[in-house]
Design a protein around this ligand. Structure first.
Ligand code: NAP
Length: 241
């Protein structure tokens, strides 16, 4: 599949990597649609963790793209970091990680991609759209990054589902792959306190943040390589957590 043959839907296109991906798809001659929880250019307001929003999103995307989506990028994601438990050195008080933060991240980062993937696959089968490809944004944190109980679980779960969705959908000519970025220059990473960012970059062999365009290179590879499915492309400057 060539990029200029895609009718792409990128979730979370309001800023960060999603915004850059939308532009890169456009530059490559693709038809592209997006969504965000806030108003977004070239797309609609939709919360990927809301079932009704997702059904409407695909209907609007089909209309705007002039046909069913044949390339889904499950990009929307959030972080709500914190330690599982933390003991205050002075007071001895033990604070536990909030269930609300756990659920928020699971909802957006795992339930969201599930709902979008299900709708994507359903529409592909109903409209006999083939070939088709879905790309799930996982993370280097999936291997168990301290302070990310919720995020690591969601991103690891997303890789497990990538493997099984690839197995289930190959017979319909639908490929499913994941990308696991390291630290990429986006508002999500730039919102980290400078000392935390500096500490995070120290063990990165490339000694710098990755650029969204470098992650798009992985998207291009996945779209174009018809034999790539059920696997993760790691784009992390050589970092191992
Ligand atoms: P970002 O700058 O925070 O952008 C995420 C986008 O998703 C925002 O536009 C956000 O909207 C939107 N969004 C949030 N919740 C949503 C929802 N429920 N429904 C629809 N859209 C929603 O993030 P990013 O850094 O570009 O990350 C993109 C993806 O890559 C995420 O899945 C992230 O986990 C993953 N990732 C990022 C890095 C990194 O270093 N940046 C590394 C590994 C993996 P608003 O801003 O309007 O709230």
């Amino acid at each position: 599949m060539k990029l200029n043959e895609t009718r792409a839907l990128v979730t979370g296109g309001g800023r960060g990597m999603g915004k850059a991906f939308v532009q890169s798809f456009k530059d490559a001659g693709a038809a592209v649609f997006t969504c965000d929880v806030n108003p977004v250019e070239g797309g609609t307001i939709a919360d990927v963790s809301n079932e009704e929003d997702v059904v409407r999103l695909f209907a609007e995307a089909e209309e705007a793209l002039g046909g069913p989506v044949n390339c889904l990028v499950n990009n929307a994601g959030i972080i709500r970091d914190g330690l599982l438990v933390k003991k205050d050195k002075e007071t001895g008080e033990v604070r536990a990680f909030s269930t609300k933060k756990w659920q928020q991240v699971i909802d957006v980062n795992l339930t969201g991609p599930f709902l979008c993937m299900r709708q994507f696959a359903q529409r592909c089968l109903e409209t006999e759209t083939r070939p088709a490809v879905a790309i799930n944004m996982s993370s280097i944190s999936r291997s168990g990054n301290a302070g990310q109980t919720n995020y690591a679980a969601a991103k690891a779960g997303l890789v497990a589902d990538t493997v099984l969705w690839a197995k289930e959908l190959a017979r319909y000519d639908i490929r499913v792959a994941a990308i696991a970025p390291g630290f990429i220059r986006t508002p999500m990473v730039e919102s980290m306190p400078p000392h935390a960012l500096e500490r995070a970059l120290k063990p990165v062999p490339m000694r710098r943040l990755g650029e969204p365009e470098e992650i798009f290179s992985a998207i291009r590879f996945i779209v174009e390589c018809g034999y790539f499915t059920g696997r993760v492309v790691e784009v992390d400057g050589g970092l191992r957590l």
